[in-house]
Design a protein around this ligand. Structure first.
Ligand SMILES: [Fe+2]
Ligand SMILES: [Fe+2]
Length: 187
């Protein structure tokens, strides 16, 4: 695997994060990070984006959260800077690094999309798509936090709707059937 070193780093850090959050080990990797990486690569192929930029940005997009959940509010900015440090040490050129950083910086944004590069759109859309893929895990997570059934339902319904709203027009079309199916089964 081309970026095995980064897969190992992020997987290990996500397991440390799971432990700190009292989650089952592997939960964040299996139900968030892997779906984001998988969807990001799939969209990169579909939209003709630079797959190396997209794959590395998807790997690092929530890295700052995994290191310290207190980074949550600024995890896109801190994560971009952490990725820069690692990639610079590994000898990547600044143009490549800056393109990865833009994807990480903008993975949460749902505005100024028309100014985004295709790589940024792939990562932001993949992050949103992962919530559709992992909606069962989202319900379980809210239940684990102690919420009653209707609160879990409403939280997830709201999250899925917001994630869908955030996607580009093309990715909305691509995931419409899945989105409609999930919204139908939620109460
Ligand atoms: Fe994030
Ligand atoms: Fe994420």
């Amino acid at each position: 695997m081309k970026y095995e070193k980064y897969y190992k780093l992020i997987k290990e850090q996500s397991e440390i994060f799971d432990k700190s959050q009292n989650c089952k080990i592997g939960q964040t990797w299996n139900y968030h990070l892997l779906p984001v990486i998988k969807n990001a690569c799939l969209l990169a192929d579909k939209y003709g984006a630079d797959k190396d930029i997209v794959e590395i940005a998807a790997l690092f997009h929530d890295y700052a959260d995994l290191i310290d959940f207190d980074n949550r509010d600024n995890h896109h900015i801190i994560g971009a800077n952490l990725a820069e440090e690692i990639l610079a040490k590994d000898g990547y050129d600044m143009d490549f690094i800056n393109r990865v950083k833009l994807c990480i910086n903008n993975h949460r944004a749902s505005v100024v999309r028309e100014k985004f590069s295709i790589e940024e759109i792939c990562v932001a859309d993949a992050d949103a798509l992962s919530h559709l893929d992992s909606f069962v895990e989202l319900i379980c997570w809210r239940a684990y936090l102690g919420e009653d059934i209707m609160s879990c339902n409403n939280f997830v319904k709201n999250k899925i709707q917001k994630s869908y709203n955030k996607m580009s027009k093309e990715t909305k079309e691509y995931s419409k059937e899945k989105f409609d199916s999930i919204m139908r089964v939620l109460l």
